[in-house]
Design a protein around this ligand. Structure first.
Ligand code: SF4
Length: 462
């Protein structure tokens, strides 16, 4: 008998992307097969994001359209997971009759049971917080996805967040901080490396807070955790692995040991995505970020001393309540002073249930839009200048596939996590999962252009 097929639509951050991979493994274990084509699916799961109101509205618009999708084939089911599911819970079932089950961010393992109930006509929502380390025990995501060997993988090291930044809904959707045991993380990374994965990205809402509560309480040994820098050193020793990245660290937990690790660990990539959010101390305080610009710039300087070629990127919010032109100019100034290679920037959007939602002092939308454009224009110039400074360098590119620019180019990422498009020389064949040694010959604000080096002419992989 044909296995039933499922498709997953994923919104939001890398954590959600990885949750969808884990859910795929759970559904596979429950006897379903994945399909990238929703028109072929019997089950569609929407993995939602609620970080901005736009993302939440996207879910409601998707659900409206799914009435038709369900009507096309009787027996089709719709499940909703992720951060909106966690917040809205069974009210989603009340509002949208086309939704068959709802599961929270800690309840991936419950999905097969929810699915069985839904198939029997019993709609349900399960959003309980699971505060045990057992929630990390999920089947490993498949290492051989469609489209070529898998060389990159995400690995969860901690989940949840205890920081309660005033603009952020994550502490209510992902629950309290909890770290996985180092033994389990190491076992997963070894299994991935044995299966051909060469690059891992360690994931956590505040990834470098890994183990901190256990360490502070003097019970790290019992809990099986350790400081984040020690975890990195352990993983750095795993044979077969070439690149280690992590996202997203919080400046408050960026300690000296982590800075030193960037100078010492061979496989730790020269790239850090370190969210700053604002360059104004007044706004950082209102955001409850618990650091100031001096501290942030101090980390940047120390990182550059430890690893001079480190590429630092960040997240920024403009138009936070009460942000003046002067505050905003301090953000522009910090982006310059930190030499950010790239950044993701957004206009503030109030999330119900967060402290900032009641602050008042709203910035008019046209002012916020103008600031966003000015910030992004400055960032484009900085990114282009950084890319131009790399022309003439050698780099190793781990290929993802055909370039968006077309023209027979392939694209991938270098150790600095920059996109590199590569013009293959006639006679060269290379595809997803291959590593190519190139010389950088061109730069745009979005990517680098590389030309393959002759075989055997490998650059230093660092
Ligand atoms: S550190 Fe702040 S922004 Fe990041 S997940 Fe936690 S509350 Fe949200």
């Amino acid at each position: 008998m044909d296995r039933r097929r499922f498709a997953i639509r994923t919104y939001g951050c890398q954590m959600n992307v990885h949750d969808s991979e884990k859910l795929s493994a759970v559904l596979d274990g429950a006897g379903l097969s994945p399909t990238p084509d929703e028109s072929q699916a019997d089950l569609l799961v929407i993995n939602t994001c609620s970080i901005r109101d736009k993302a939440e509205h996207q879910l409601y618009s998707d659900l409206g359209k799914l009435r038709q999708w369900k009507a096309e084939r009787p027996g089709r089911l719709v499940g909703v997971g992720g951060c909106v599911a966690q917040q809205v819970g069974d009210r989603l079932l009340g509002r949208f009759p086309q939704v068959d089950f709802v599961f929270g961010t800690h309840n991936l393992r419950r999905v097969p049971a929810l699915l069985r109930d839904a198939a029997a006509g019993r709609r349900a929502a399960w959003i309980d917080e699971d505060a045990t380390r057992g929630r990390f025990d999920l089947p490993l995501a498949r290492v051989e996805p469609a489209g070529g060997p898998r060389r990159r993988a995400f690995v969860t090291v901690m989940e949840g967040c205890d920081m309660f930044c005033s603009f952020c809904i994550v502490p209510s959707t992902r629950g309290r901080e909890i770290s996985r045991t180092a033994r389990d993380i190491e076992a997963e990374v070894r299994a991935l490396a044995d299966a051909g994965v060469v690059e891992i990205t360690l994931l956590g809402q505040t990834v470098n807070a890994y183990g901190r509560h256990d360490v502070r309480r003097g019970r790290a040994e019992d809990a099986g955790t350790m400081p984040f820098a020690e975890l990195l050193a352990r993983l750095d020793a795993i044979p077969g692995l070439e690149r280690i990245r992590y996202t997203s660290p919080h400046p408050l937990f960026f300690d000296e040991a982590l800075i030193r690790a960037h100078g010492e660990l061979e496989r730790l990539c020269p790239q850090v995505h370190l969210p700053v959010q604002s360059g104004s101390d007044r706004i950082l305080e209102a955001m409850r970020r618990r650091y100031d610009r001096r501290r942030y710039l101090g980390i940047v300087e120390a990182l550059r001393t430890a690893r001079p070629d480190v590429a630092i990127t960040s997240d920024l919010i403009v138009g936070f309540p009460g942000e003046t032109e002067e505050d905003f100019e301090q953000t522009l100034d910090l982006v310059r002073e930190a030499g950010l290679v790239d950044s993701f920037s957004f206009k503030y959007s109030a999330r119900p249930g967060t402290a900032a939602a009641g602050l008042g002092g709203e910035v008019p939308p046209e002012v916020a839009q103008d600031r966003l454009e000015r910030l992004q224009s400055q960032q484009r110039e900085q990114t282009l200048a950084y890319h131009a400074s790399r022309v003439g360098e050698r780099a190793r590119v781990l290929l993802d596939g055909a370039s968006r620019r077309g023209g027979g180019q392939v694209m991938g990422r270098d150790r600095h996590n920059r996109v590199v498009n590569v013009d293959l020389t006639p006679g060269t064949t290379a595809g997803p999962g291959d590593a190519l040694d190139v010389v950088i010959v061109g730069a745009t604000p979005h990517s680098l252009l590389g030309r393959p080096l002759a075989a055997g002419n490998s650059p230093d992989p660092r």
